[in-house]
Design a protein around this ligand. Sequence first.
Ligand code: GYE
Length: 331
Amino acid sequence: MKKRFLSTIAIAGAAAMALTACSSDSDAGSSDAADGGGGGDVITVGFAQTGSESGWRSANTESMKTAFSSENGFELVFNAADNDTAAQIAAVRSFINQGVDAIVIAPIVEDGWDDVLQEASDAGIPVILEDRTVSASEDLYAAWIGLDFEQEGVTAGEWAAAEFGDTETNMVVLEGTTGSAPANDRATGFDSAIEGTMITKIDSQTGDFTRDGGKSVMEGFIQNYGVDGIDLVYAHNDDMALGAIEAIEAAGAVPGEDIKIISIDAVHDGMQALVDGKINYIVECNPLLGDLVAAAVTGVVNGEDVEAVQYVEDLAFDQAAAEEALPDRKY
Ligand code: GYE
């Protein structure tokens, strides 16, 4: 299967780091956090979350908190950085200073992680990435668990190409957070899939993965091109699509009809808008990663072999599929 592989180097590194972590925990002695307060095998985990920008993020945070519960043998130190990269790096440094057993990061952006990851490695604390990726060397983290963002973009783009590729179509794009892996990869995937079609990207700006961001960027697009000058919106997540719907309706047009909308995530509100005909197609991005991440953390801390790259599969929905799926959706 595509891109599903074991990196022996990363695993060897992870095992080594886990061993160092154990010995430094017992050295530290005084660190309650590292010893789980004397409660035996409690694993203390610092989790640096991006923030709370979207419905996807809320579901991801909940999944992580449930998986890293005290009943499951964890002590979770949670930080949400409000989409501020400097604050997120500071949170990771604070986890290192606290001497946690492992650090989990959902990195806001891809770049800028080399130094702090090196510091974690020097301190013997293994790092597991969830959700987004980084550009730093794979040797600096034990595992990554997330989604194939480029494939999500391709799936969205292929649907757009099939539906609108033979007609002149003016498309605007609501990008995710600038520099984030999903914004980069969803753009690349989509662009490759619509190459050679009659779809023209007339504008593309970031709405930061938020509903307000999507709304205000869409208002700007409508001001510049008019509702008649825009045929299609590609939103890098549902929340921005939902914001765009508000802007389109406020301008007196009908979302899903006058202006078609494609988005990514398939969170509950997005799926409801698809069922209501206001969004036309959604590619799923599964936020329920907590159990897989917790299993990876446990494995790494115990010095076991852990799959270094773990992709979770995504579905895609048109209106009929959304109607069928919505009653059983978990997020
Ligand atoms: O699509 C978006 C969230 O990184 C996959 O971040 C995640 C993205 C998700 O804010 O809604």
